[in-house]
Design a protein around this ligand. Structure first.
Ligand SMILES: [Zn+2]
Length: 155
């Protein structure tokens, strides 16, 4: 997770830039370490977790990442959660959760991405939140900040 935080910080310290970092580890080896790259590419699907999955598959030469752990500084969104399920990642560890940051980082009002994991046909996916929670949450807008609509990435 410390590596994921360092990767997130390569985007700077402005919470408006969605500084997310994701690292995928398999058998003690780092397969990928990627920040959010939506604006640079530009590609709306280039979330840190999506990029980390793509690079990990390239690095391993495998479509499936069974046994791998994906670390993310923020609770994965629905898209990234589904990508995690499809790529057969075995374990997801995130830092800050939905309740720790502003809602602008999430796409849906009520659907909890944890429910996607719970409802998956796969029953071998483990998800754990709160790893270095405070350090990760400090990267993002806090839950109660009053943001203008133009600043809210999910609108
Ligand atoms: Zn995402």
């Amino acid at each position: 997770m410390r590596m994921a935080i360092a990767v997130a910080k390569t985007k700077g310290s402005d919470p408006a830039d969605s500084p997310l970092g994701s690292v995928i580890v398999l058998d003690g080896r780092v397969l990928s370490a990627e920040p959010n790259q939506t604006e640079q590419l530009p590609d709306a699907t280039a979330h840190a977790e999506m990029m980390a999955i793509r690079r990990a598959c390239e690095a391993s030469g495998e479509m499936e990442l069974r046994g791998a752990t994906l670390y993310s500084t923020l609770q994965p969104c629905g898209m990234c959660t589904m990508a995690t399920i499809w790529s057969k990642v075995g374990r997801v560890v995130y830092g800050a959760g939905r309740e720790d940051v502003h809602r602008m980082y999430f796409e849906a009002r009520h659907v909890d991405t944890l429910a996607f994991i719970a409802d998956a046909y796969r029953d071998d996916v483990v998800i754990e939140g709160g790893c270095l929670r405070d350090e990760c949450a400090a990267l993002y807008y806090p839950p109660d900040v009053d943001l203008p609509e133009a600043e809210q990435a999910n609108l």
